[in-house]
Design a protein around this ligand. Sequence first.
Ligand code: FE
Ligand code: ZN
Length: 511
Amino acid sequence: MATKKLSLKQKYSHLTRGLDWEPSYQKADDIFPYAKYEGIKIHDWDAWEDPFKLTMDSYWKFQAEKERKLYAVIESMAQNNGQLGITDARYLNAVKLFIQGITPLEYQAHRHFAHLARHLPGAGLRVAAQMQSIDELRHCQTQIHTISHYNKFFDGMHDFSHMHDRLWYLSVPKSFFDDATSAGPFEFLTSISFAFEYVLTNLVFVPFMSGAAYNGDMATVTFGFSAQSDESRHMTLGLEAVRFLLEQDESNVPIVQHWIDKWFWRGYRLLSLVSMMMDYMLPKKVMSWSEAWEIYYEEAGGALFADLARYGIREPKYSDVAKAEKDHISHQVWSIFYNYSHAAAVHTWDIDDEHMAWMREKYPASFEAIYQPRYLEWREQAKNGQRFYNNGLPQLCQVCQIPMAFTEPDDPSKICFRVSEYEGDKYHTCSDGCKDIFDYEPVKYVQAWLPVHQIFQGNCGGATMPEVLDWCHIKQGADNLDYAGSPEEEMWNRWMEGRRSPPPAFAVAAE
Ligand code: FE
Ligand code: ZN
């Protein structure tokens, strides 16, 4: 009997619609308990148009090919001392933030897409979620494997997943994702697939990947490219999922709009860490945060929301605030990290004259008047042996968990501080955006695990800073403090001096 060859489209429809069935002895509502409680109404799951009709066998084939290439590059990086190709050791603080803050989110994404692959009622969407779940696990693994090369030489990367659950600045990305995974399935898709992966993705991808390429970090460039085709699948899923929700029922529109407002603001606050990394941690700059925001949000996002207007969707609430803040947030977040470098697993440093000149050019409206005098003062203090470390613990925003250092959108001399009351207690937020999110679901955010509160309550290893740092597994005197005087700086300078003599990898290994 001749076997009939199926087209890809036919194979795909067997994989999805063909494998699904109408339950006969259980109620659909019992099988899919999370499908309705958010109020989203879906009338016809078959109307879901899969943007990529990918079958499992072609999926494995593509992915295996990418893995083969990636691991060949990792191998050659290790053999050729790839760590010597970067512009400066300070660059690696961007990579530290990446592995501490973002890689664990890939793992969370893997887990939650697996959950969606079980719990979404539509077969097509379930298969897309299953593939994304496998992608995210792969991202997590390839990032760990690639960055492990730097971990042989540099500090701050040795226990990233332990730190992710404990360190104050890592609770920013962690709580962002916890918020998404503890929401319903459609809010999760809107938050991660649409708001983060579709709307804001270039603001992560461009600074990290172009930043890596500009600064000689072939490792990061390679896993970035290896993830790129997955990302385009994920972005399309995000946009198509939101369109599907909007097309299925008019009453979905206000629900989705609320999620877009909320997750735009949460995503934007999370990206303030990227803004700092972009403006301060890349020795060779790609572009400024404010330029990136204009191109990738104001222009691209503007076009997207103009397109979604036909469904009754408008631009996210408070995008005007984000616009007003774009000349400030990177400097404010860098200042937070400079204040608390003794309690962080990244370094900060004096901003040199060349860097200041670049800032003046990129931020004519804010840098020279507001931030330059601050940095000059800090430089003066450091020169006198009084490098400034803030020994108090900051108030954190109850929603985004960033120390309260952002200023009023129309007054950069005044800290923005909002207060809500819930059941007799006061809760503080950093902005109207975060306050709205709190006020809409206070019962969720009163449970937030705020690192500073936890330290004061005695839940973080002890009452002194060294005890807390031990509890976070920070190697004191190596992972933390200023770059000036760090073991990393000493090693880097030694390498640069001895560039022509023995290969540094062996020199280090022999110690
Ligand atoms: Fe990913
Ligand atoms: Zn906030």
